[in-house]
Design a protein around this ligand. Sequence first.
Ligand code: GLN
Length: 398
Amino acid sequence: MSPAPHRPDPHRFDAARIDGIAQSDIRLQSRKCAEVGGVNLGQGICDQPTPDVVKAAAKAAIDDDQSIYTKYEGIDALRVAIAGKMADYNGLPCDPDSEVLVTAGSTGGFVAATLSFIDPGDEVILFSPFYGYHFNVLRMAQPVIKSVTLRGDDFAFDPDELAAAFSDKTKAIVINTPGNPSGKVFTRDELALIADLCVRHDALAITDEIYEYILYDGHEHVSLATLPGMRERTITLSGFSKTYNMTGWRLGYAVAPEPLTRRMGVIADLLYICAPSPLQHGVLAAFDLPPAYYSQLLADYDRKRALTMAACDAVGLRSLRPQGSYYLMVDVRGAGFASDREAADALLERCGVAAVPGSSFYIDPADGATQLRICFAKQDHDLERACEGLRRLGAVRS
Ligand code: GLN
């Protein structure tokens, strides 16, 4: 008999830095959903139409051959527009030349910030449940990640737990408000507690505010950088994906003091040179959209949230009421499921609806093992089809 063929370990070339990092559940569920032709309430795709004026401006920029690299920090006009928005909406005036960096999605900004400022062994504080890309991008820089869990109906944190998470090794804290997947909108008082600890420990704050326009029930968006002592130590990340339905355009931005922006810009340049040039020109048109655009956005999401919550509640998937963003966290036990993965599989098979298992939003998967994240950033007809599907879950169960 010939000897068994030698099978080398296919992972023998892997960098230790990426140990344990695999395709995200967010993407995995999208692939599974496409296989069965289901409605994807998993990945926050936001597949509603991009505003016509923005599409027209991007087409014009392509026709006008705006096809070459831009400055790594982005085109001047876009940085000026972003600085205007930061002053008006966020209450954070900034210099468009030295304090604004246009990035390839807010993820581009987060990666640049992580690589620019986080060393192996640094401590970084992250609230759970977290956006998995924050957690996994950080992991590539090999810090010690300390998690502070948001609990209860309003996803509050325990101030003592947060204070205890800070140490003289704390390099940074990551905040995401409005939050993915929690829908939590940090209050000014909560942010003041965080600011106080950052100042006391001379820590950097990286705040991802990509859902800043999607708020419910009178919740107010507060940018951490506007709090006393925070401007000089805060990187504010945002982008256009969620507000203007252009997740695939990959356009975001970072706002931070000049030394931080410069460093991140150099790194962003090495990663991807610049954000797509014609799309930078195109998105300029978004700044001319009237206030009615934003009130319509809120009204639409409020309706979609109510529809989705009602469909979930009807089959025992009790949801926590999101304060912002466009995700629901539901508890799967009321619908008779023992685990998040069992529930996610059943939803896909029986209802044709994809959702993301809750365990992917926590360091200890057990913490989210009875939760699912459901995204309601869908066109009404898709959302209605998904809600119909969810109702079948009740029929099968009873
Ligand atoms: N932010 C979106 C989500 O959480 C999509 C991002 C992604 O595909 N990774 O689903």
